[in-house]
Design a protein around this ligand. Structure first.
Ligand code: KIV
Ligand code: ZN
Length: 518
C-alpha cells in the first residue's frame, strides 16, 4: 500500500470534545486519555486551547512533555498572544504543532467586523508568526463549508504561502453533505496553487448525523487527515467519531483503500475511559462501541451467527478489543484472576490499587452471583470517580419508599466531619438529593439524571450519571452500585465534589473566552 493512501488521524477529544458543556476533564484524566491515545497510534493529539485557561495550558504542556509518538497540537485564535501561548505549551513536545484558526464565512467575518481584505491580512500575519515559531503549522478557516468558494481559495492560498503545512476544512455547524464535502476538497486541490504540497484535513460536526460520511467523502476526494473524537464526543451533536471512520476504512478497505496507524484493539478501552471521565454515556446502539453493537438478540440472528459469524457480523468484537470470552467471575475468584481480567479489559493496576479493587469486587460478588466484564468496568469507573480523598463522602444511607411516602436518612463526611440529615421528597431519589442539599447547601441545578443497567437481571448494577450546573460551570458525576438509589446519591455527591474543585479553580480555569479573533 503506497503512502498516498495513508490517512492521518487527528484526535481532538481533549479540545473540541472537552469543549462540550459538562465534558470537562481533570488534569489527571486528560493526561491519562492522552497517554491512551498516544499508545493507540493516534498521529496527532489536539491537547487543548492553551490560552483558554491556566488548566488548559498546564495540561497541554504536560501532555507535550510526556507524549512518546504522537504529534502534540494546541489551538490558537488568529491573535499573536494566543499563538505565543500555544507555542509555550506545545514546544516541549518531541513533535509540536500549532493550530491557528479564524472564522471565514460571511457570518463569522461579521463578528470581529473584518472585511475580506482585513481578514486576509490577519491570516498572513498570524500564520507567518506561527510558522516562525514552529515548523508544523495547521490553519483552519472556521465555517469553511459556508464560506464563498473564491474567498476560501484566496485565504487557503495565503495560509499555504505563509507556511501552513496542513489546511483543515471545518464543517463547524455540521451543515455539509457527503457529495458537497468531497466537491469542496476537490475544488481546493484543483484551484489553489501549492495545494499539492500540503495535507488537507476534514473536521466535521454531526448536527445532521453525517459527520462520518462527510469525513470519508472528503478522504475519497483527496483529504488525508481526519479530525475526530472518541465516541464522537463534542459540542451539540458531537464531532466525527474516531472509531467509526477508522473501522469503516478497515472493514470496507475494498472500496476505501486507506490505512491508518490506529491499533483498533485499543478502541473499546478508550471509549469506556472517555465515557467515564466525560460523564457522557455511550448510547447502546452507537456504531462500533455501543453496548448492543455486537449483540444478537433475535433468534434468527443468533442462529445465523452460531453457524457462521459472517452471516450477521461484519467485524469481530476482538477487532476493537472487546473480549469475546465474557466469562463471569464470582465470589470464589481470587486476586490473580481479577488482575488477569483487569489486564484483559485494558486496566493496568498497581498492587495497592488491586488491593482496593479486590475488596470492592468481593463486596459486589457477595451481592451479585455472577460478576461480568461490564460489572468490573463499572467497578473500575466508580473507584476512579469517587475516591477517599473527596471533600464529600457518602457514609450511610437509609431510604424508606412505597405508597406511604418516601424519606431518606443520610450520613455524609464533609471534610472529615460526620453530618446527618433526614428528609422527605417526591420519590426516594428526590428525598436523598434533598438530604444532600441539607448537609451541603448549594445552588447547582440538576441538568441530567440518567440510570443504566450494567447487565441483565434484577441484581444488576446500575450506573448513574448526574450533570449539574452552577454559575455556568457544568460538572458530571458517575457511580455504580447494585442499589440504584445509593448509586444515585454517590453520583450526585461525585458531581458536587467536582464542583468544589472547579469553584476553587475559579478565575484560573474557567473557559470564558470566545472563539472569535477581535
Ligand atoms: O469546528 C470548528 O470549526 C473547530 C475549529 C476551531 C477548527 O473546531
Ligand atoms: Zn470543531
Amino acid at each position: 500500500m503506497s503512502d498516498k493512501n495513508r490517512v492521518v488521524i487527528f484526535d481532538t477529544t481533549l479540545r473540541d470534545g472537552e469543549q462540550s458543556p459538562g465534558a470537562t476533564m481533570s488534569h489527571a484524566e486528560k493526561l491519562e486519555i492522552a497517554q491512551l491515545l498516544d499508545e493507540m497510534g493516534v498521529d496527532i493529539i489536539e491537547a487543548g486551547f492553551p490560552i483558554a485557561s491556566e488548566g488548559d495550558f498546564a495540561a497541554v504542556s504536560e501532555i507535550a512533555r510526556r507524549a512518546q509518538n504522537s504529534v502534540i497540537c494546541g489551538l490558537a485564535r488568529a491573535q499573536l498572544p494566543d499563538i505565543d501561548r500555544c507555542w509555550e505549551a506545545v514546544k516541549h513536545a518531541k513533535q509540536p504543532r500549532i493550530h491557528t484558526f479564524i472564522g471565514t464565512s460571511p457570518l463569522h467575518r461579521a463578528i470581529p467586523n473584518l472585511d475580506m481584505d482585513q481578514m486576509a491580512e490577519r491570516i498572513e500575519q498570524t500564520v507567518t508568526h506561527a510558522r516562525n515559531l514552529c515548523d508544523n503549522v495547521q490553519w483552519s478557516p472556521m465555517d469553511a463549508t459556508r464560506t464563498e468558494h473564491d474567498y476560501l481559495c484566496r485565504v487557503v492560498e495565503i495560509a499555504i504561502k505563509c507556511g501552513a503545512t496542513t489546511i483543515n476544512i471545518p464543517d463547524t455547524v455540521g451543515y455539509t453533505a457527503p457529495r458537497e464535502s468531497a466537491a469542496l476538497i476537490r475544488m481546493l486541490l484543483e484551484r489553489v496553487p501549492g495545494a499539492d504540497n500540503i495535507i488537507f484535513a476534514t473536521h466535521c460536526h454531526n448536527d445532521l448525523g453525517m459527520a462520518t460520511a462527510n469525513s470519508l467523502a472528503a478522504v475519497e476526494a483527496g483529504a488525508r487527515q481526519i479530525e475526530c473524537t472518541i465516541n464522537g464526543l463534542g459540542e451539540r451533536a458531537g464531532n466525527t467519531a474516531l472509531e467509526e471512520v477508522v473501522m469503516a476504512m478497515k472493514v470496507r478497505h475494498d472500496i476505501m483503500p486507506f490505512t491508518t496507524g490506529i491499533d483498533t484493539t485499543k478502541i473499546m478501552n478508550l471509549s469506556r475511559r472517555v465515557s467515564q471521565v466525560s460523564g457522557f454515556v455511550v448510547q447502546p446502539n452507537k456504531a462500533i462501541v455501543g453496548k448492543n453493537a455486537f449483540l444478537h438478540e433475535s433468534g434468527i440472528h443468533q442462529d445465523g451467527v452460531l453457524k457462521n459469524v459472517e452471516t450477521f457480523e461484519i467485524m469481530r468484537p476482538a477487532d476493537i478489543g472487546l473480549n469475546e470470552n465474557n466469562i463471569a467471575m464470582g465470589k470464589h475468584s481470587g486476586r490473580a484472576a481479577l488482575r488477569a481480567k483487569l489486564a484483559d479489559l485494558g486496566f493496568e493496576v498497581g498492587d495497592n490499587q488491586l488491593k482496593d479493587i479486590f475488596v470492592r469486587f468481593k463486596a459486589l460478588a457477595d451481592r451479585k452471583k455472577e460478576v461480568y466484564d461490564e460489572d468490573i468496568v463499572a467497578l473500575m469507573q466508580d473507584s476512579a470517580a469517587n475516591t477517599d480523598s473527596d471533600h464529600l463522602q457518602v457514609k450511610h444511607l437509609r431510604v424508606v419508599c412505597g405508597s406511604d411516602g418516601q424519606s431518606a436518612a443520610l450520613t455524609m463526611v464533609v471534610d472529615g466531619e460526620e453530618q446527618t440529615a433526614e428528609t422527605t421528597g417526591d420519590g426516594p431519589v428526590d428525598a436523598c438529593f434533598n438530604a444532600v442539599q441539607q448537609i451541603f447547601p448549594h445552588s447547582a441545578v440538576l441538568q441530567l439524571y440518567q440510570v443504566h443497567a450494567v447487565t441483565e437481571g434484577t441484581d444488576a448494577q446500575a450506573t448513574v450519571t448526574v450533570r449539574m450546573e452552577e454559575d455556568g460551570r457544568i460538572v458530571t458525576g458517575q457511580a455504580a452500585d447494585t442499589d440504584t438509589i445509593l448509586a444515585s446519591v454517590k453520583a450526585y455527591v461525585g458531581a458536587l465534589n467536582r464542583l468544589i474543585v472547579r469553584r476553587a479553580q475559579a478565575g484560573t480555569d474557567d473557559k470564558q473566552i470566545t472563539m472569535y479573533s477581535h
